[in-house]
Design a protein. Structure first.
Lengths: 330, 384
């Protein structure tokens, strides 16, 4: 293989992996079906997709923890499964808190710095990682005595204590309060600014919008869409926004008004939502119309479309492409 | 890197105080129970509960009853008749019974020991106790029995017999054979020190080795997989820790044995240490291989319980190997238990280092190496 351009940190080419399913008559399920992607120096690449789409499998393949049946994974030009020096340049913060619960934050970081091969300046590296993740005040607290937010910070600190050049973050802000979430986002952006290439797995639309340079949508082991968050959102929604109306009671006479712009109700009929162009203006119109009918809305809000909507759009697009190509082949 | 894993595992045990207590307190407790039971059996100090029916109510029978009750530590119950004693035997209220039906000084067989078919050993013990008590507590009565037996042979008249048998101060002839109990460890106690030690070594090693599975579950394995040295130092660190923990556990148990049962631990400390290291390493190797082979903790729990109990049963940790049929004894050599028990017995009882001890060390080292290599291969191939 030709040498990687210096700016490419992760390159995955045509990665394929199938898992045998229970029962011999059933075909093996494709966890990865020809995925190719690359992440450059100082880039944050967000992987999104439904549960079981192959995100975690791809992340494991990217750090050499999962053997591919075909395709290649190169990190900094080397094979992370075979080259220990390359593996040492990778940091990973799994979705679970991958720390020794009976050790303190500092003890964990010392242990992982040593295991990652940090020989000199280990104490400084630990101090720096704790400072970066604002964990210093909890240095001597055992992991099993920390709250969820502090554990997430420590989990991230352990991933960066050896200053990796490639970082895999799996749901790094899951379950955190807004303040902690914002702090971790700032930290991730700092790492990006230092040149760390980051593969981010997230279900959080705000995280993806705030952090990602590019987004890849995985579905059934295939990368079905890729681009910057803004581009993908524009392609998917064309400037439309999510309009949400929350009612205090049954819609009754207001149902016709709500359905007219294309809003659909939730199961209990209290939450109505839908995509709309110029959603703020439509929100004002709906507010007036509802008042006129004597229906009080608890909330009328305009939001950016969520990742679920983006994934659903990407899946529809992919299915449409598949149908077109099958038709052309026929 | 190896030291890091050693430290992580050591802190894990140190900070789990309940686990720590179980690791070091439970084995000596179980050992004391085993040793008390089997050592008492070997030394003849069985605590038999007995019943007595005294149909004669003579002075001699009352003296015998009192002396026997004293000898049995107050575990002699009196019953009014033979039927009541049989009933007590059948119901298990007593282990054996004594019926005094004739003149102890003059009748040929004035007393009978009733033995339950399921407690023959208790019957034998009571028979021996009655004889011993009669010899020591009723020497005049025993002499009277001799005079009555020898009188006809010597041509003594009734008057002479009465005069001789009633003479105070007469004692039976001194025993033909005396007893001298030699100093040194009790072999059955040493046996069970080794047996209980290897049983708990495997249990403890399995608990420690299961951290491999916990790490997979907690995502730690992903992070550890990126470590600079790869899988081998991570496993070797664990192996070292399990060995060190096992030696410490065995040491506590043998110190208790040395204090309570005077096992000559100090005199054989160097070869004992080698045996303890080999035994702990063998347990560590087996445990790591089992943990590496199991994808989940639940599987590992089930498999390890099965393996630990089967090995203990075959290897002699539950019942003495010399009581087993020959094929089972031969099968025992496939377990580390048999080698460990044999090595400790040879070192601490016979106090020699012979070919058998060297073979035991070799076998245990082979168990340790094989287990470690299997674990290494399985873990190296494992992809998450």
């Amino acid at each position: 293989m030709a040498a990687e351009p210096p700016e490419i940190v992760l390159r995955i080419l045509d990665a394929r992996r199938r898992y045998a399913q229970a029962g011999r008559q059933v075909a093996a399920k494709a966890a990865l079906d020809g995925v190719s992607l690359q992440v450059s120096v100082g880039e944050i690449y967000a992987l999104i997709g439904r549960n079981g789409a192959g995100k975690s499998t791809l992340a494991k393949a990217a750090i050499g923890a999962l053997a591919l049946q075909s395709g290649t994974v190169r990190v900094l030009g080397g094979d992370p499964a075979k080259d220990r020096a390359i593996a040492g340049a990778i940091g990973v913060a799994p979705q679970e808190i991958a720390l020794y619960a009976h050790l303190t934050v500092a003890e964990n970081l010392h242990a992982f710095a040593t295991l990652a091969g940090v020989r000199s300046g280990r104490a400084e590296a630990v101090t720096a990682a704790m400072a970066a993740t604002a964990c210093t005040s909890r240095a001597d607290t055992r992991i099993d005595q920390l709250s969820g937010g502090w554990r997430r910070r420590a989990n991230l600190a352990a991933a960066i204590v050896h200053r990796p050049r490639f970082l895999v973050l799996d749901e790094p802000t899951e379950g955190l309060d807004t303040q902690t979430r914002m702090a971790l986002r700032r930290l991730i952006l700092d790492l990006k600014a230092e040149g760390t290439a980051i593969l981010l797995i997230s279900h959080d639309a705000d995280d993806v919008r705030a952090l990602a340079d590019r987004v890849g949508v995985l579905e059934a082991g295939r990368l079905i869409a890729e681009g910057s968050p803004a581009d993908l959102m524009a392609q998917a929604f064309g400037g439309r926004q999510d309009l949400v109306v929350r009612l205090n009671g049954p819609a009754g006479a207001a149902e016709k008004v709500l359905r007219k712009p294309g809003l659909t109700p939730s199961e209990d009929g209290l939450l109505w939502s839908g995509l709309a162009l110029d959603a703020p203006a439509l929100a004002s119109q709906l507010d007036r119309a509802l008042r006129k009918l004597g229906v009080a809305a608890a909330e009328i809000s305009v939001r950016q479309p969520g990742l679920d909507a983006l994934i659903a759009w990407a899946c529809n697009e992919a299915a449409s492409r598949d149908r077109t190509s099958q038709g052309a082949a026929a | 890197m190896i030291f890091v894993i050693l430290r992580v595992m050591a802190l894990g045990v140190w900070r789990d105080r309940a686990g720590l207590a179980m690791t070091f307190a439970l084995p000596p407790l179980v050992f004391i129970v085993f040793a008390s039971v089997f050592s008492a059996g070997a030394s003849g100090k069985l605590d038999v509960k007995a019943g007595i029916v005294d149909q004669t109510a003579s002075a001699d029978s009352r003296r015998l009853s009192l002396a026997l009750n004293h000898q049995l530590g107050g575990r002699l119950a009196t019953y009014p008749n033979r039927a009541a004693l049989r009933d007590a035997l059948a119901n298990g209220r007593v282990d054996a019974g004594l019926v005094i039906a004739g003149d102890l000084g003059r009748d040929p067989t004035p007393a009978t020991v009733l033995i339950h078919p399921g407690r023959r050993a208790a019957g034998e013990v009571l028979t021996a106790q009655v004889k011993a008590v009669a010899e020591h507590a009723l020497p005049d009565m025993m002499m009277e029995r001799e005079i009555v037996r020898l009188g006809p042979l010597l041509g003594l008249s009734e008057e002479q017999l009465d005069r001789l048998s009633s003479r105070p101060g007469l004692a039976p002839a001194p025993p033909l054979v005396g007893q001298e109990v030699l100093s040194g460890g009790d072999p059955i106690v040493i046996y069970y020190a080794g047996a209980v030690s290897i049983l708990f070594l495997l249990f403890t090693a399995m608990q420690g080795a299961m951290s491999l599975i916990d790490e997979r579950r907690a995502g730690l394995r992903l992070r550890l997989g990126l470590s600079a040295g790869g899988v081998a130092p991570l496993l070797f660190g664990r192996m070292l820790w399990l060995t060190a923990l096992g030696v410490a556990q065995a040491l506590v148990l043998f110190i208790v044995a040395a204090i309570l049962y005077r096992i000559p631990l100090v005199q054989s400390l160097a070869p004992w240490t080698l045996t303890a290291i080999a035994a702990a390493a063998a347990s560590g190797g087996i445990a790591l291989a089992l943990a590496a082979a199991c994808p989940t903790r639940e599987q590992a729990q089930t498999l390890s319980t099965f393996v630990v109990l089967i090995l203990a049963a075959i290897g002699g940790s539950m019942a003495p190997r010399f009581l087993m049929p020959a094929p089972l004894q031969a099968l025992g050599w496939l377990t580390p238990h048999a080698w460990v028990i044999d090595a400790y017995q040879t070192l601490l009882w016979r106090r020699i280092i012979d070919a058998q001890v060297l073979a035991a060390w070799t076998a245990l080292a082979a168990f340790a190496s094989a287990g470690f290599v299997i674990a290494l291969v399985l873990e190296s191939r494992r992809r998450l």
